[in-house]
Design a protein around this ligand. Structure first.
Ligand code: BES
Ligand code: ZN
Ligand code: ZN
Length: 461
């Protein structure tokens, strides 16, 4: 990844290559202002103003660029992404409008994950200068946090185990002068029995743990952010088949979202008392793995019968949500790659959002729409609670029917969130299966910008 901080700079009147943005409807008018030679050059590049097209236009001894966008007056986050990807190294400015939210795509369009490529020839950065100086830092912080999610998710599981997630939390704590406590070993077994049970089968260097970062003024309202850190999900003894296991390095995607969001909250100095809770485990197969039929104790005191060891995320989150609830929070937000059912229902572009309060759900949905990170609400439908009944324990960890899997997982989590607490749960895919401008195939934030803007609006000064 190139250093994102430098990709957008204040315009100091230097020679920057102009980028003109047009759409199909406006292309003929735009072309009338060009010379015959310039029109011919664009025709040779098959440029007609369609979305994401990139054209180079000779201009005397120099050249300028044109980009096809849907609406040149109102740019989406991705309008500049293809240009940032395809234009040669250089310094650019948008001639036709302010880049605004398209700054995000300018940066994420240049994201690459090359840590394991020996022969990598990283393209030199393409710099955007803008007179919207006041927006540069916020847009850069947001894009950087997105790139952090991608880096964490893309890193192979041997190198992104619980210890690596701990190191990320440590880095974050250092940058923002937050307090970090890491619970492991006997203390984990006592305090977070479900985190321990899920993670205990992993090799020693991937031992389970719970990271708890605290930041901000104790007098401010408590915001708790929780993320599923299953660094690899084999399914456990209910082992996943080949196709299902292939992408399970991304099962710590919720933790990546939580870390990134916490970074944004602290970076902006929001008036909150932040609690970031990340249970980190590998769901591994081994002689001491937890089993279907086992009954786990939980931090809350509820007993949970294991119906399926592949429904592990809700177990580790259950204990973390209990801990979060102990702080009398104003709001809890959790992120988790929790169910295949959410992906079946909504596909890879739309994270499923569940919430107790309609106003809170609406605020998050609206923020997502406004910032090119739309989600879709699924219900916490009370009658489905009975799907989690157990003959021997207080509840089971999965249902023995194929219905409403994402909602049922949400209802499981709900049991561990303190009564009356405002709570938002994101069941996110954390992955782009195909590359689109600004969204390379691989790890991806889904629900990150929505929740960031909703939280900023809620607690912003
Ligand atoms: N990590 C998976 C969910 C998942 C699978 C997310 C594929 C994204 C893509 C989770 O731990 C899991 O395996 N859930 C099971 C639950 C079931 C056993 C009740 C699922 O969704 O199949
Ligand atoms: Zn699983
Ligand atoms: Zn999982």
């Amino acid at each position: 990844m190139s250093e994102p901080k430098a990709l957008i700079r204040p315009d100091r009147g230097e020679d920057a290559i102009a980028i003109h943005l047009v759409n199909k409807d406006g292309y003929d008018t735009f072309a009338k202002g060009l010379t015959a030679g310039q029109r011919a050059a664009l025709a040779a590049q098959k440029f007609d103003g369609s979305g994401y097209q990139v054209g180079i236009v000779p201009d005397g001894d120099s050249w300028f660029a044109v980009g096809g966008v849907a609406n040149p007056e109102s740019l989406s986050s991705w309008c500049l992404a293809k240009l940032a990807e395809e234009l040669p190294e250089g310094v650019y400015r948008v001639a036709t409008t302010d880049p605004g939210s398209a700054m995000f795509g300018w940066i994420t369009g240049q994201y690459r994950f090359a840590r394991y490529k020996n022969d990598d020839k990283a393209p030199a950065p393409r710099i955007l200068v803008t007179t919207q100086v006041g927006q540069i830092d916020a847009a850069t912080a947001e894009a950087e946090s997105e790139c952090l999610v991608r880096d964490l998710v893309n890193t192979p599981p041997e190198d992104m185990g619980p210890a690596a997630l701990e190191a990320e939390c440590e880095r974050l704590a250092k940058v923002h002068k937050a307090d970090l406590t890491v619970v492991r070993g006997d203390a984990l077994e006592q305090g977070y029995p479900m985190v321990h049970a899920v993670g205990r089968a992993a090799a020693r260097h991937h031992a389970p743990r719970l990271m708890h970062l605290v930041w901000g003024d104790a007098a401010d309202p408590v915001l708790a952010i929780v993320g599923k850190g299953v660094c690899f999900d084999s399914g456990g003894l209910n082992i996943k088949p080949g196709a299902g296991i292939r992408l399970m390095k991304k099962d710590m995607g919720g933790a990546a979202h939580a870390l990134a969001l916490a970074g944004l909250v602290m970076g902006a100095g929001l008036k909150v008392r932040l609690h970031l809770l990340i249970p980190a485990v590998e769901n591994a197969v081994s002689g001491n793995a937890f089993r279907p039929g086992d009954v786990l104790q939980s931090r809350k005191g509820l007993t949970v019968e294991i119906d399926n060891t592949d429904a592990e995320g809700r177990l580790i989150l259950g204990d973390a949500l209990t801990r979060a609830s102990e702080e009398d929070p104003d709001l809890i937000v959790d992120f988790a790659t929790l169910t295949g059912a959410a992906r079946v229902a909504l596909g890879p572009d739309l994270p499923a959002l569940m919430a107790r309060r309609d106003e809170t759900a609406d605020a998050f949905l609206a923020a997502g729409k406004a910032h090119d990170d739309a989600g879709w609400r699924l219900p916490l439908h009370e009658p489905y609670r009975e799907y989690l009944a157990s003959d021997v324990a207080d509840m089971a960890n999965s249902a023995n029917n194929p219905f409403a899997g994402a909602s049922v997982a949400g209802l499981f989590l709900d049991r561990f969130v303190g009564e009356g607490i405002d709570w938002v749960h994101y069941d996110t895919f954390a992955w782009s299966p195909v590359s689109k401008p600004g969204r390379a195939r691989g790890g991806r934030g889904l629900g990150l910008r929505a929740s960031w803007h909703a939280i900023r609006a809620r607690y912003g000064q």
